[in-house]
Design a protein around this ligand. Structure first.
Ligand SMILES: Cc1cc2nc3c(=O)[nH]c(=O)nc-3n(C[C@H](O)[C@H](O)[C@H](O)COP(=O)(O)OP(=O)(O)OC[C@H]3O[C@@H](n4cnc5c(N)ncnc54)[C@H](O)[C@@H]3O)c2cc1C
Length: 478
């Protein structure tokens, strides 16, 4: 038994949804494209699962957050796929792949063949058992990667209102889940081995701001230690978490967010792997020219940094998917993927964005006792990364554009003084610039004209932001 398609997307997550839309825009014919997903629903915006989905009131539910609403594009419902002749093979796990024969074998025993394959299998949540701790199967222990996990978490929160939750892990899943638990009136203790939360990105100073905010909401931080075991009652429920230092935390529920592992196993030994993912070139093409990889599972060249990277963020999933489809459908017109790494998080009323690379020296700026602050990373004399909390849309755009420009930084003290003004000024186009005027980091604001531009820019940005804030409150964001 078998079916054949010109294009097959393996995986039905964020990247698959954006790839499908791009195929449609580029004129894929009815019956040419198929998406195979082990999930029971068409692609959706996964970040919604730790944000709107967990709200106690008016929570987000499908079909509202099917892709591609996160990028303000069409919402691809089951009807949309049908209308465009795109075959959805849902609730179906692919068990093996034969790259030489160009076939995939599903758990139901069907063979699906392709001319071009896009691997969009994403990643799975790491389990406690992989770190030698038993208990993942207890009914009040949950992870958060897919819709079924999110439903388990919602049910647990409902049954634990007023109780205690322990969150294992201080990354963005842990932080976002902790915020949602608090909003659902559950007391939270967060446990992680690092010295501060979001250790892979945040500096101690940035982390301190968020930890203080969380503490003001009643969250307890237990840092520098790990979970060693659970206390489990006769019904199989966890009642307490025992830490390596011997302390005991009572628990009505446990949320585990300890990282992810890319789903590469079907292709090991068949495709070249790097950085834990499937290695692809600037066209997202793997070591086999008929096979592309996108999203969390792909390790691709980040031109800006001259390195192969594997990113685990939604923007890169969306953009890499689109680029791969462009490269497949219009190879002569499609250049190399030139991506500026970007990720974000929203918790409580806080919201941050990060662009670029967190390498080199860190320069903090802004008001860490207020609501808008940030940091720049300067590596080998160039600005390579920017973090901003509480910015307006224009301010986020400015730090993104400034980071992409990778400007030379001659004076870090001046950069620190200018703070956000540096990014706002560097992206202004002065009427008659001379080369020296735009090269130095400090010179940009020394010119009264540029200072005026920056001030005017801030005023315009502030009014645009006020409107955007008002408007944004009326719309859901993913
Ligand atoms: C709760 C949560 C919140 C997040 N929030 C943010 C955020 O705020 N900001 C941000 O930048 N990023 C965020 N992310 C990360 C972002 O969602 C991912 O980077 C993105 O989903 C990656 O897209 P993908 O298509 O590569 O993988 P996924 O979206 O994970 O999709 C992979 C799909 O492949 C399927 N699959 C895998 N193997 C098989 C198989 N053998 N057979 C059939 N199907 C298979 C999976 O079931 C899944 O449907 C969040 C992630 C989660 C889990």
């Amino acid at each position: 038994m078998g079916r054949a398609f010109v294009y097959v997307i393996l995986g039905g997550g964020v990247a698959a949804g954006y790839a499908a839309l791009e195929f449609r825009k580029r004129g894929v014919s009815h019956g040419e494209l198929c998406i195979i997903s082990e999930e029971p629903v068409p692609p959706y915006e996964r970040p919604a699962l730790s944000k709107g989905y967990l709200l106690p009131e008016d929570p987000a539910r499908l079909p509202s957050f099917h892709t591609c609403v996160g990028a303000h594009e069409e919402r691809l419902t089951p009807k949309w796929y049908k209308e465009h002749g795109i075959e959805l093979v849902l609730g179906t796990q692919v068990k093996s792949a034969d790259i030489r024969r160009k076939t995939l074998l599903t758990a139901a025993g069907e063979t699906i063949s392709y001319k071009i394959l896009i691997i969009a299998t994403g990643a799975r949540a790491l389990k406690l058992e992989e770190f030698g701790v038993k208990g993942s199967d207890a009914e009040n222990v949950c992870y958060l990667r897919d819709l079924s996990d999110a439903n388990t978490l919602v049910d647990l929160m409902k049954s634990c209102s007023g109780g205690n939750a322990v969150v294992i892990g201080g990354g963005y899943i842990g932080m976002e889940c902790a915020a949602s638990l608090v909003i659902n009136k559950i007391s939270v203790a967060m446990v992680f081995p690092e010295a501060h939360c979001m250790a892979r990105l945040f500096t101690p100073k940035i982390a301190n701001y968020y930890e203080d905010y969380y503490k003001s909401k009643g969250v307890k931080f237990i840092k520098g230690t790990v979970l060693s075991s659970f206390e489990i009652d006769p019904s199989g429920k966890v009642t307490a978490v025992i830490l390596r230092d011997g302390s005991r935390l009572p628990a009505d529920m446990v949320v585990v967010g300890i990282g992810i592992r890319p789903n590469t196993s079907l292709f090991e030994g068949q495709l070249t792997l790097e950085k834990g993912g499937i290695k692809v070139n600037g066209k997202l093409q793997s070591s086999n020219s008929s096979v592309y990889a996108v999203g969390d599972v792909a390790a691709f060249p980040v031109k800006l940094f001259g390195e192969i990277r594997r990113l685990e963020h939604v923007d890169s999933a969306r953009k890499s998917a689109r680029h791969a489809v462009a490269a497949i459908m219009e190879p002569d017109k499609t250049g190399e993927f030139d991506y500026l790494p970007f990720f974000y998080s929203r918790v409580f009323t806080l919201s941050w964005q990060f662009y670029g690379d967190s390498a080199g020296e860190v320069i903090h700026f802004g008001d860490f006792s207020g609501s808008t602050f940030g940091a720049y990373w300067v590596n080998k004399g160039h600005l390579v990364g920017s973090f901003l909390e509480g910015g307006t849309k224009d301010e986020y755009d400015a730090v993104a554009k400034a980071t992409r420009l990778k400007p030379a930084i001659e004076d870090v003290a001046a950069l620190e003084r200018q703070g956000l003004g540096f990014a706002l000024a560097i992206i202004q186009k002065p009427p008659e610039p001379t080369v020296t005027e735009v090269q130095g980091s400090d010179l940009v604001l020394k010119k009264p004209l540029y200072a005026w531009h920056a001030t005017a820019g801030v005023l315009v940005a502030a009014s645009v932001a006020a409107f955007a804030y008002w408007y944004g409150r009326r719309r859901r964001r993913w």
